[in-house]
Ligand binder design. Structure first.
Ligand SMILES: *Cc1c(COP(=O)(O)O)cnc(C)c1O
Ligand SMILES: [Zn+2]
Length: 453
């Protein structure tokens, strides 16, 4: 079948950990290590660009197009359709995939028209197995762990993560698919009911701690000190390799044209780092010659990256993140800070912050044009509205907003909005249900009032 025209990858492509800050040394991705042994900074997965260049840009494009949507294992996955660029020496039998990725990128025609931006597109990463983009990274991480464990030489017996709700859902699902035990650390009362019950249903050991995300992160780092429990947080740069496919997928969906802007809600800053890494790889391999400008959108209640941007990235700002409706990005000490600074600076990008009022009304406005946005997508949309108003984004630009999770995970956010009960939010577009007696006359009057007949 044409979907597998290219032979399965061989050892001729390879990838290793290197220090992101450039310390010398190269390490196997199948070692249990999260940071540079020399400087303590983040690692990144480095690919053999020279080997990848032996195939032309056009050949890569054709191959990725052929595999997209194929059902042949593992190419039905948007991530594994790019396996040579992601984790080339993973064997088929160790890949743990639920055919994540290949999410729809749609033209938001009505919303775009209403805001004066006819070329507005939404990348719906929440239309995925566990309802968020976190699946893209987790398929790679859990596959690497499976290959480690299959070698018989690894000390790893379980995987663990601290989470604001979506990482844990993804880790629990992929670990369950692989038959690997998982331990989840959640900030008690700070994730949605849907997010809490996802890892519970998948059989994870769920620990709800009386702290915030940053507090959970400190605990999980201690617990994973010995190498029997593998840390799946985004400090672990393996997840970035899967998440970087989102940018490549967007460009493929535009017939290999780069959009002018990509706007993305950020917390720990892994996803924007991944987006940039994918774009940069495409540029290095000659698939694109222009980079999009990347916009990191934050909730004003949890805006350390925005504050760092305002100081010209002179220094990393760390804060205590306040409660925000955008609960998945309530993070005060973002782990991938240095990578994200590079992503913004190298693409002439921007950082924007929005209020609770702005994010909730932006989400509602999008919903009224047929979407069903999570609060984080509301953050990105509200940032877009501000950039348009300021003239940074031009009405002729092609703009992609990354929708990071499915709105169905955030029912109480929606209910609260339409009941007018959210803190610091005036629900300008509330559309509450109307409760009436079962009486035709009363019903007809209500309809006439609504439609102004
Ligand atoms: C994790 C997450 C984010 C933030 O991604 P980072 O990599 O932490 O910046 C945004 N939106 C949703 C829905 C998430 O789950
Ligand atoms: Zn280093």
């Amino acid at each position: 079948m044409s979907a597998v025209a290219m032979p399965a990858p061989t050892q001729s492509y390879n990838a290793h950990f290197r220090c992101f800050r450039g310390c010398p040394g190269e390490y196997s991705v199948y070692e249990v290590m999260y940071t540079c042994p020399t400087c303590g900074g983040l690692l990144e997965v480095h690919h053999d660009i020279a080997a990848l260049r032996e195939r032309t840009a056009d050949a890569w494009k054709r191959e990725f197009e052929r595999r997209a949507g194929a059902s042949v294992w593992p190419y039905g996955s948007g991530v594994w359709g790019m396996r040579e660029w992601v984790m080339p020496d993973l064997r088929d039998e160790n890949i743990v995939s639920m055919y994540e990725g290949n999410t729809n990128l749609f033209w938001a025609e009505r919303l775009g028209r209403e805001i004066g931006l006819p070329n507005l597109w939404i990348k719906l990463c929440g239309n995925s197995h566990t309802g968020s983009f976190k699946d893209l990274g987790m398929t790679v991480l859990v596959s690497v762990v499976k290959q480690m464990m299959a070698s018989g030489k690894s000390p790893v017996k379980a995987v663990a993560a601290a989470s604001t709700g979506d990482t844990s859902a993804a880790l629990a699902a992929y670990a369950a698919a692989a038959g690997i035990p998982s331990i989840i650390f959640l900030p008690s009362g700070k994730v949605s009911t849907a997010q809490l019950i996802q890892p519970v249903a998948n059989g994870a050991h769920v620990l709800a701690l009386d702290t915030d995300f940053d507090g959970c992160m400190r605990i999980v780092k201690e617990v994973t000190q010995d190498n029997t429990i593998y840390l799946a947080n985004s400090m672990n740069s393996i997840r970035i390799e899967g998440q970087k496919t989102v940018g490549i997928e967007i460009v493929r969906q535009f017939d290999w044209e780069t959009p002018d802007w990509i706007i993305i809600p950020v917390g720990n800053l892994g996803n924007i780092s991944a987006l940039y890494k994918g774009m940069k790889l495409m540029q290095e391999l000659g698939l694109i010659d222009k980079m999009p400008r990347l916009v990191a959108a934050q909730a004003g209640k949890a805006n350390p990256f925005y504050r760092s941007f305002l100081n010209g990235f002179q220094e990393k700002v760390m804060i205590h993140a306040d409660k925000t409706l955008a609960s998945a990005i309530q993070i005060g000490d973002p782990v991938s800070y240095e990578k994200a600074v590079q992503a913004v600076v190298a693409t002439n990008g921007l950082v924007e912050a929005v209020t609770e009022h702005e994010l909730a009304n932006a989400a509602a406005r999008a919903d009224l044009t047929g979407m069903y946005t999570c609060p984080h997508t509301g953050v990105a949309l509200a940032a877009l509205f501000k950039l348009l108003a300021r003239g940074e984004v031009k009405s002729t630009d092609r703009v992609v907003v990354i929708s990071t999770a499915h709105g169905l995970k955030f029912t109480s956010f929606k209910v609260g909005y339409h009941e007018g009960k959210l803190d610091e939010v005036e629900s300008e577009l509330a559309n509450p249900p109307v409760y009436l007696p079962a009486d035709v006359k009363v019903v007809k009057e209500a309809i006439a009032r609504k439609l102004q007949l």
